[in-house]
Design a protein around this ligand. Structure first.
Ligand SMILES: Cc1cc2nc3c(=O)[nH]c(=O)nc-3n(C[C@H](O)[C@H](O)[C@H](O)COP(=O)(O)OP(=O)(O)OC[C@H]3O[C@@H](n4cnc5c(N)ncnc54)[C@H](O)[C@@H]3O)c2cc1C
Length: 487
């Protein structure tokens, strides 16, 4: 079977690697418009690099009239555990030599001021009772919180009431570095072909039923043929879907949201003092992807602090692509939907527009309200981040991701943005199960899947504490993640 994957980001590369591991006989080609793998949203500073496992993000545990729901947090944690199983497998195979080249342990903390202390206490009570979050600690003690996350506390008056939680075994993940190493492994060891600098312009069906993929590379047009197509092209998946003429394509429109961060290089000693990612509470009316957080980032052995994100209204599909590309991705029927969403979610649109015009001075003021005095301590600059394209489905704006597979199982795609790269192995496994179920039919594939994923059933992980702990401890050991007491 001849499979073409569009996009060598973390999604497309994971899809290719998994598929080839399970079914070496597949003939897989990845087509990527950039000259390197992982250069889109997966690139290190295009995203925040949080290994999202729901340790610290308040938006994963919504509260409604003092009732908290932890279902989403439990699901995301289980998905991240599956991701860690896959990455540990890649290390054991020698595909990745040094786990520190892409994953680094950082505390995951949540910090809130007085008005949200009850919510955080409730969250701690509910979550720490589940084995996924049994290592979570809670404090309202100034000195204890300061010992976890000094940069957020040093400049605060001691009598300011704050509360925080910490999980020591959180991670910072360089998804770009992970993608690069995985792509190299897929090419050299698994025989996946990767064509860089190749822009897919349109896809359509041949009369015989296979997919024809029209590309341009260095001014030359070329056509590829595929039995199965997987489009993992980030925001670029929308125009390809529109051109596919699949019936469900009409139901989807892209809603782009840009982003910026404040970034400061720091020394190894300073990084040692603040080995953390600290999430706060989103402002009223702000979308979930703009929860403020102050993160330690590790990239190519250098340390950085990152604060943000500052969302913005930026009508492009991907960073580096123009407005016209976005316009071309729309059809007439998309325009009333977009306008409708803009009217229905007017506070969101107003928020995005106001954030777009925020200057560096206001960004630094926001940093200071999160971590008083920090704007003066380091040399900050505003940097552009990646581009999210949220889904408008049947006229409704959605914040999550969606896997779409055509009924004849020849076209699959991933739309949307969140929680993203952190859960990519689990999401790509489900996508593969739906798109090419024959991959899982042989005894070899069943054994291989067990070797890669000792337990990929999210419910089993959530309901069986012993099994979960056994897998957690084994994968953490391979990935270089340690409990506090065993460091
Ligand atoms: C500001 C921000 C912060 C984020 N923070 C986090 C975080 O902390 N943790 C987390 O887990 N996730 C985070 N994410 C999400 C994460 O970055 C994405 O989920 C992930 O990178 C998506 O991977 P992808 O492979 O789908 O997309 P990409 O990495 O963008 O890859 C898509 C690839 O397709 C290629 N492509 C597009 N169109 C074409 C075409 N027509 N022809 C050929 N190639 C094409 C692109 O060049 C690109 O290389 C964040 C995202 C943003 C924007």
């Amino acid at each position: 079977m001849n499979v073409i994957i569009i996009g060598a980001g973390i999604m497309g590369t994971t899809f290719a690697t998994l598929a080839k591991e399970l079914a070496p006989e597949l003939d897989i080609t990845i087509l990527e418009r950039l000259d390197t793998p992982g250069g889109g949203n997966s690139w290190v500073f295009n995203n925040a690099g949080t290994g999202h496992e729901a340790n610290c993000e308040l938006n994963y545990t919504p509260v409604d009239e003092e009732v908290i729901s932890v279902d989403k947090a439990v699901k995301i944690h289980a998905q991240f555990n599956v991701a860690k199983q896959f990455w540990a497998y890649l290390i054991q195979k020698g595909a990745i030599k040094d786990p520190g080249s892409f994953i680094n342990q950082t505390k995951h903390c949540t910090i809130v001021s007085e008005s949200s202390i009850d919510e955080l206490r409730l969250r701690f009570r509910e979550m720490s009772g589940h084995h996924f979050f049994e290592q979570m600690r809670y404090s309202e003690d100034f000195d204890e919180i300061k010992s976890w996350i000094p940069y957020t506390m040093e400049g605060r008056p001691r009598d300011e009431k704050m509360a925080a939680t910490v999980i020591e075994t959180g991670t910072d993940v360089n998804f770009g570095a992970l993608t690069e190493q995985m792509a190299e492994y897929a090419k050299q060891e698994l025989g996946v072909k990767i064509e860089y600098g190749t822009h897919v312009k349109r896809v359509h069906r041949s009369p015989a039923g296979s997919w024809l993929v029209e590309t341009q590379s260095g001014g030359t047009d070329r056509r590829y043929k595929a039995d199965v197509l997987f489009v993992g092209a980030g925001g670029g998946a929308f125009p390809i879907l529109k051109k596919s003429h699949l019936p469900f394509a009409k139901r989807f429109t892209g809603f782009p949201v840009g982003g910026r961060f404040l970034q400061a290089p720091i020394s190894a000693e300073e990084a040692e003092q603040y080995r953390a990612k600290t999430y706060g509470k989103a402002k009223v009316g702000a979308p979930p992807m703009s929860v403020p957080h102050l993160d330690l980032r590790v990239a190519n052995g250098q340390y950085y602090l990152l604060f943000g994100p500052f969302a913005s209204f930026k009508p492009v599909l991907e960073r580096g692509r123009g407005f016209l590309d976005y316009l071309r991705s729309m059809r007439l029927h998309d325009i009333p939907r977009l306008l409708n969403v803009a009217l229905e979610h007017f506070p969101l649109v107003r928020y995005l527009v106001s954030e777009t015009f925020k200057g560096e001075k206001s960004m630094l003021e926001e940093l200071d309200s999160f971590a008083p005095g920090l704007s003066k301590k380091f040399n900050w600059k505003a940097v552009e981040a990646g581009q999210r394209v949220q889904i408008i489905k049947d006229g409704d704006l959605q914040m999550g991701t969606e896997i779409l597979v055509s009924t004849d199982k020849t076209y699959g795609t991933l739309l949307g943005a969140s929680p993203g790269a952190s859960v990519s192995p689990e999401v790509m496994l489900r996508c593969l199960e739906q798109l090419i179920p024959s991959v899982f039919s042989t005894e070899e594939a069943i054994q291989k899947k067990k070797e890669i994923f000792p337990e990929d059933n999210l419910d089993a992980l959530a309901k069986n504490p012993e099994r979960y702990r056994e897998i957690r401890d084994a994968t953490n050991k391979t990935l270089g993640i340690h409990e506090r007491d065993s460091e």
